[in-house]
Design a protein around this ligand. Structure first.
Ligand SMILES: [Zn+2]
Ligand SMILES: [Zn+2]
Length: 125
């Protein structure tokens, strides 16, 4: 098996492809795919390029072979990342911008603004 094939297998696997799908995609027998995974059990492949990653012992598991690959992957998955990101809203009361995690329905930057808007500033009367 060529290195290119190995990388492709790992990439497909990272995407969640089954052994059958991989064997069809690369036009190799399913047994070749299976034995490939049996041989490199426990090995981790770069999520971006599919290269095997040498895991340094005692540290957190690496998911990318290099910073370059990590950046490339995050760039291509920016939409996924943004779904969990911080959202900017404009306060309905004072108009100042505030940020919240996730897609919340907050309308006011603070409780003070909420009360002010709701009760027309009755608090101060
Ligand atoms: Zn890589
Ligand atoms: Zn406000």
């Amino acid at each position: 098996m060529t290195n290119e094939q190995k990388s492709k297998i790992a990439l497909l696997r990272n995407k969640g492809a089954t052994f059958t799908e991989i064997s069809k995609e690369l036009n190799i027998s399913i047994n070749t795919v299976k034995s490939f995974f049996r041989r490199c059990k426990g090995e981790v492949f770069c999520k971006s390029c599919g290269k095997p990653i040498v895991q340094p012992k005692g540290t957190r598991e690496k998911k990318f072979c290099s910073d370059k690959c990590r950046m490339a992957w995050w760039n291509s998955h920016r939409d996924d990342v943004n779904k969990k990101a911080i959202y900017s809203y404009k306060c309905c009361c004072c108009g100042s911008k505030f940020q919240v995690y996730g897609n919340s329905h907050r309308k006011y930057c603070s409780r003070a603004c909420y009360i002010k808007s709701r009760f027309g500033g009755a608090e101060n009367v």
